[in-house]
Unconditional design. Structure first.
Ligand code: C2E
Ligand code: MG
Ligand code: MG
Ligand code: MG
Length: 288
């Protein structure tokens, strides 16, 4: 772009570019310090059984409580963390903290719920990931069956042969595996039979208009049928309305996540929600 406008304008663009580069550098520096300074925290969103309304599991979602920027959502820093190599220690912290918290809840007598952790492509390509996960489970005393790892289609499709071996090694320990944002990635259905998977997570873009858009409804119906015929569970993401939930129930969807039941909550609020009625039918949580 700068070239097209011509040389005369070069001086004009340079300060803006320097400002952007400066902001980026500041972000990188702040992110590196954030891990040392314990500014990351996990929020937990319930996974709800469609038929009973019971909270049956949770997803751990990382947030950055930055003194200067406020609460930063993962989409604003995971990409940068990946580019600067911070995702490996950050991802390790997330896994350890999710397992530590879940084990603490179990020991405190809370219902036994599986905790799901999102894996970055970079983590997934670490050859020693299965040993690392096994070590975290051992250190925290959490059972492998209480851990679920979420990977996206693009993560597993990057190198299907390696991914299949990696999933075998993780699944072989008793860890549950789900495919996140199912239907949005570069997707070849043949991988579904090659990979050791437990759950497909239907992306919220298909759920949004499910009760009004016949095409979305057809896609969701087909994904549910496909999953069930492959003996996989299906969970719908981003459920916000009673109408969406009613539709998903009719289609035989197993579980859902979404603001209808609860946004992701800090640990103590999640604990209160489960204690107040993890088994009770839909409880609306106001606001987001
Ligand atoms: P995801 O794993 O697909 O997580 C679902 C996202 O949808 C979360 O956003 C969640 O807050 C949001 N969500 C849940 N219910 C609803 C709803 O009803 N409506 C709408 N509009 N949104 C809903 P969040 O927490 O901002 O996370 C965004 C993404 O960041 C995640 O997508 C995941 O890909 C990534 N992420 C989060 N935590 C981690 C982590 O610890 N490690 C890695 N590698 N990635 C993470
Ligand atoms: Mg996820
Ligand atoms: Mg998702
Ligand atoms: Mg997503």
């Amino acid at each position: 772009h700068a070239k097209k406008v011509g040389r005369a304008n070069h001086q004009f663009f340079a300060p803006a570019m320097n400002a952007a580069a400066g902001a980026r550098l500041a972000l990188e520096r702040a992110l590196r310090l954030a891990l040392e300074n314990q500014q990351f925290e996990l929020h937990y969103q319930p996974k709800v059984d469609v038929a009973s309304g019971a909270v049956v599991a949770m997803e751990a979602l990382v947030r950055w409580r930055c003194p200067q920027r406020g609460m930063v959502p993962p989409n604003d820093f995971i990409g940068v963390a990946e580019e600067i190599g911070l995702i490996i220690p950050l991802g390790a912290w997330v896994l350890r903290e999710a397992c530590r918290q879940n084990r603490a809840w179990q020991l405190a007598g809370m219902a036994q719920l599986r905790v799901a952790v999102n894996l970055s492509a970079y983590q997934f390509r670490q050859k020693d990931l299965p040993e690392f996960v096994a070590g975290v489970l051992r250190d925290t005393g959490m059972d492998a069956s209480c851990l679920e790892l979420e990977v996206t289609e693009s993560v597993v499709m990057h190198n299907p042969a390696d991914a299949a071996r990696m999933l075998d090694r993780l699944h072989g320990q008793g860890i549950h595996i789900s495919v996140d944002d199912f239907g949005t990635g570069y997707s070849s259905l043949s991988y579904l039979k090659q990979f050791r998977l437990d759950t497909l997570k239907i992306d919220r873009s298909f759920v949004r208009d499910i009760s009004s858009d016949a095409d979305d409804a057809a896609i969701v119906r087909s994904v549910i049928a496909l999953a069930h015929s492959l003996r996989l569970k299906v969970i719908a993401e981003g459920v916000e309305t009673d109408a969406q939930l009613a539709y998903l129930r009719e289609l035989g969807c197993d579980q859902y996540q979404g603001y209808l039941r609860s946004k992701p909550l800090p640990a103590h609020e999640f604990e209160a929600l489960v204690r107040a009625g993890g088994g009770a039918p839909v409880l609306k949580v106001a606001g987001r």
